[in-house]
Write a protein that binds this ligand. Structure first.
Ligand code: BES
Ligand code: MN
Ligand code: ZN
Length: 458
């Protein structure tokens, strides 16, 4: 279980949550001295307000923390995720929590720091899990979230296709999954022309990672993640401002690995397969070019309208392979378009599916798990924008409209219409720190999808 949780201890320091409207009643339960201390310190339970109360000997005896009103439309569900940053080292427990599971999850997610390159002030407040919650499940989820964050935060010089594959291999090893990988020229020989074309200009060979786990008799769930370890844009080079964050362009891969870890750790009754096309979209003399035409694994020829629309290319070949063994559910995640951010911002990834029941279940799971997702349509009338003058399809419509939708429509061409398919266009990054979400790589969509899979295959 995650290191954030501690065994029950009689001297764990209680944390009392209050909102502005509940504070007077909550205060009445405190000792007279504690009430005076809180009043004279100006504590009014504003959201995020924190106060440590001394005991008779002057040591920290109790903590007060302000939450958003439950009715506040813009309340931050992860407010308790600020606590690990505020609390000194010690063992704590919740004296009262309106939603103990959510507060414990926020606490666990807020304890993360990226510490690979220097000693960080990693929070060392530990929490006795509140009664009645599944602490093992919270630990499973927050550990997997930390994996996604670590993979994304690690810069591209230390997280190339090879290192991403090593992370997948380590995960396979830990859970007894089988692991395979097709590397470099073998991609061409084994018919993954698009993965090869995108990744060939890098000195770090492109590859297709393939992990399988679980009872072969269980329903097949296949996860595909965009693993572009760095996206320069290729010959359609990104300007420096747009390139700056592109170490995170393997955020889809990081999140399918996190999701796979949750699924295997929980022992869901599925036959799980994880496919990650891992490449670097680099610039060199042998780079693929605008207006090049390539065959694809599934068959249609693809004209390159823009070498910066590389994610959909590598996913197309991986989705085609995924589809070949007719999964019960096919899910892909990727940091695919800037247009998704323009439409919905960094915290609300759009998703697309050809199954309305799945869409409803996922929307509910996303709400319940506070891992928000928003459905956008696979709008059929825009499909013709993908037409090419010389090939079966072009990877980048020239009109620039509805970029996240046209990307989803591109991917749809590589999935059989009968396959139950879900595509999520994630951002994978928290631009400015929020409670429970330090700035940097983010676990996005994985918790919501895990919730859905737990309900369907638990
Ligand atoms: N990795 C980018 C998308 C991206 C950019 C995600 C910024 C998050 C933040 C993707 O490969 C890309 O470059 N997409 C292009 C597509 C276009 C050329 C059709 C885009 O969104 O501009
Ligand atoms: Mn790109
Ligand atoms: Zn990209």
């Amino acid at each position: 279980m995650t290191a954030v949780f501690a065994a029950p201890a009689s001297d764990a320091i209680p944390i009392t949550f209050a909102t502005r409207s509940s504070w007077e009643a909550d205060k009445a339960a405190l000792s007279a001295a504690a009430q005076r201390f809180a009043d004279s310190s100006g504590f009014t339970a504003k959201p995020g307000q924190f106060l440590g109360l001394p005991g008779p000997d002057g040591s920290l005896a109790q903590v007060l923390f302000g939450l958003d009103e439950a009715s506040a439309p813009a309340r931050d569900p992860f407010r308790a995720g600020q606590l690990p940053t505020l609390l000194p080292e010690g063992i704590y427990r919740f004296a009262n929590a309106p939603d103990a599971r959510l507060a414990a999850l926020a606490f666990a997610l807020g304890s993360y720091r990226f510490g690979r390159y220097r000693k960080t002030d990693t929070p060392n407040a530990r929490l006795v899990p509140p009664d009645g919650i599944d602490a093992a499940e919270i630990g499973r989820i927050s550990d997997a979230a930390a994996l996604a964050r670590d993979l994304i935060n690690t810069p591209a010089n230390d997280m190339g296709p090879d290192e991403l594959a090593a992370a997948a291999a380590a995960l396979a090893e830990r859970f007894g999954a089988t692991y395979a990988c097709i590397v470099g020229e073998d991609l061409r020989a084994k018919n993954f022309p698009l993965i090869h074309a995108v990744g060939r200009a890098s000195s770090r060979a492109p590859r297709l990672i393939d992990l399988t786990w679980g009872d072969a008799a269980h329903p097949r769930v296949t996860l595909v993640g965009k693993g572009v370890c760095f996206d320069t844009g290729g010959l359609d080079l990104k300007p420096s401002g747009s390139m700056l964050l592109m170490k995170k362009d393997m955020g889809g891969a990081a999140n399918v690995l996190a999701l796979a870890q949750m699924v295997m750790d929980a022992g869901l009754k599925v036959r799980l397969r994880v496919l990650i096309p891992a490449v670097e979209n680099a610039v060199a003399g042998n780079a693929f070019r605008p207006l090049d035409v390539f065959p694809s694994r599934k068959g249609p020829t693809v004209e390159i309208g823009n070498t910066d629309a590389e994610g959909r290319l590598v996913l197309a070949d991986a989705l085609a392979l995924a589809d070949e063994d007719k999964p019960d559910l096919l899910i892909d995640l990727g940091t695919l378009t800037g247009a998704a951010r323009v439409a919905l911002g960094p915290d609300l990834p759009p998703f697309y599916t050809n199954d309305d029941a799945l869409a409803d279940d996922l929307s509910r799971s996303a709400r319940e798990e506070n891992d928000p997702l928003w459905r956008l349509p696979l709008w059929p009338a825009y499909d013709k924008w993908l037409d090419s003058k010389v090939a079966d399809i072009n990877n980048a419509p020239s009109n620039g409209f509805a970029g996240s939708i046209t990307c989803a429509l591109f991917l749809q061409r590589f999935v059989e219409p009968t396959t139950r398919w879900l595509h999520v266009d994630i951002y994978g990054w928290t631009p400015t720190a929020k409670p429970g979400r330090p700035e940097g790589g983010e676990c996005q969509a994985a918790r919501a999808i895990f919730h859905l899979l737990s309900q369907r295959y638990g």
